[in-house]
Every structure is written in C-alpha cells, then in structure tokens.
Design a protein around this ligand. Structure first.
Ligand SMILES: [Fe+2]
Ligand SMILES: [Fe+2]
Length: 286
C-alpha cells in the first residue's frame, strides 16, 4: 500500500503548476481590439509581434478546416477572412501548442499525442455544439483545448509513481483519476483548474477544466462542463491520445443523456471529427 501524500508533496505539485510559463498574452490583446472593431492592421501588428504564434496561426488558418474555399497566405488575410470567433480560436490553438508538444510518458502518451488530443477535443466541442444547435462558443473551444493541461505538469509525477497509481486503480477498482489524487495528493483536473485560473481564463473555462471527468460535481456552468466531458469522452473512445487513463474512466454516460446525444448522433460526431482531424493534419505535425 502506497503511503498517503504529505502536505509538502501537495505543495511541491502546486509549485510545479506555478512554474508553467504564462499563457501568451496575444489573445488578451486581440480581444479588446475586436470588441472596439479596431482596424485590421492593429490586430495584425499584435499577432505578428510573436513570430512563433504567427507561424502556427498561419499553418492552422491555411488548413482546409479553417480556410475552406479561401486562400489564406498572410496574417492580414486570416484576420479578414476567418471571422472574429474563428480568429480567436486559431490564436488560442497557436498559443497552446508549446505546452502540449512534448510527450507525456506518465500517461503512456508519445510525443505529440497529448497535443493531438487537445486539438481533437477542441474540434469536437465545435462539432457537438453545431449538432445540438448551440452557440459555438470560444469558451467551449478553449476548455476543450486546455482540459488536460494539468497532465503537462502531473506527467512527471505520474511517471515516477506509476506503479502505485496503477496498482491502486487495479486492486481497489478506482478510476485512474482517483488513484492519481490518492497517490499524489492532486489530480490533473485540479491542477488544470489552478493553471487556467492563473492564466486568467474565464470562470466557465476554469470550471470545465476542473470537472471534465466528473461533470456532475461542477457547482456552476454545468452546460459547458457537460459539453467538455462528452467531447473528451468521444475523442478518447476514438483512441486519440487517451493514453492509459482513457480506458479507465467510470461510465458516467448520464452526461450524454442530459445533452440529448444518442448513440447515432455520437457516431456521426465521431465521423465528422475524423474528417476534421484529416483537414488539420498538416498543422498537427508542424
Ligand atoms: Fe483528463
Ligand atoms: Fe482528455
């Protein structure tokens, strides 16, 4: 039986989550410019200030998923053609890759798999929202993209204590998430919630990240939390970067019932996601 985590173990994890670099502030600069309908060249200048983000933003904007029938070769064209919501989503995705690109061996994920899982979950929020006739929100996309950000910090600890976590999950029949928390003191939802709060994301995004495996426990923003839960669950079912914990979640499919998603609808969403992932493939390998 593994020893329970001490206060200092938990504090060490919290410090590790605080050492993750700040979220690039391009997004916080672009939002007010869009709100006041600033001229395109001002938005373009803010984005282009960060060259790494600019390169990724162009790669994603040029994918057939976003560009569609347009040809987008410059940041200016991306600003003009994508529309406000899509532009914000592309900036968020371009800004997030730096956190997810390396492998997550603790979760049995190869390099790039956690990133593919993040993008796939973000895209799935759009597919499900469209299917349900919901407003296709930037908040949902953000939460989908960042829902597993806690794993980027917890990965090292999960790898170190993998045997204890795995044994606990198997012998006591608890989920990987619960075993993670019992052995390490915090799970990746809780750490992700802390990171999202420190990055100043809105409360609904923080809530969805913090309850994406346990949507019924969210005190607020249940709608969005359920959306992220079902998106993550379907992406994991497809085997996109689910790693070791994807197969071990308890079956909480009341979330699907609550949103009115039938097995047939889920099948269609999965097929749509496979197409969307093909369309952004180039960006993912970038
Ligand atoms: Fe997760
Ligand atoms: Fe996930």
């Amino acid at each position: 039986m593994a020893k329970p985590p001490s206060q200092s173990d938990v504090e060490q994890l919290i410090r590790a989550s605080e050492s993750i670099p700040p979220f690039p502030d391009v997004i916080w600069k672009v939002i007010p410019l869009i709100r006041r309908a600033a001229p395109v060249h001002e938005i373009e200048a803010v984005i282009q200030y960060d060259q790494a983000i600019t390169a990724k933003l162009l790669a994603l904007s040029q994918s057939s998923y976003y560009a569609g029938r347009y040809s987008i070769g410059t940041v200016k064209e991306a600003v003009l053609r994508l529309g406000e919501q899509q532009l914000l989503k592309v900036i968020l995705a371009a800004s997030s890759s730096r956190y997810f690109k390396s492998g997550a061996a603790g979760y049995d994920l190869m390099e790039g798999e956690l990133w593919e899982h993040a993008i796939a979950t973000a895209l799935m929020t759009e597919i499900v929202a469209a299917g349900l006739g919901w407003n296709n929100s930037v908040a949902a996309y953000t939460a989908g993209l960042l829902h597993d950000v806690g794993k980027t910090v917890l990965n090292y600890y999960v790898e170190t204590y993998f045997d204890s976590i795995f044994r606990l999950a198997r012998e006591q029949n608890v989920s990987f998430l619960d075993a993670e928390r019992q052995v390490l003191g915090l799970d990746h939802q809780q750490l992700g919630m802390r990171i999202a709060r420190r990055w100043r994301f809105p409360e609904e995004v923080v809530m969805a990240i913090g309850h994406h495996h346990r949507p019924t426990q969210a005190p607020r923003h249940r709608h969005l939390v359920h959306l992220i839960y079902v998106a993550n669950r379907m992406v994991s079912a497809l085997g996109v970067g689910c790693g070791v914990d994807g197969f071990m979640q308890p079956n909480q499919d009341e979330a699907f019932v609550e949103l009115g998603i039938t097995a047939l609808m889920a099948q269609k969403y999965l097929a749509d996601l496979a197409v969307a992932l093909r369309e952004v493939k180039q960006f993912l390998s970038n």
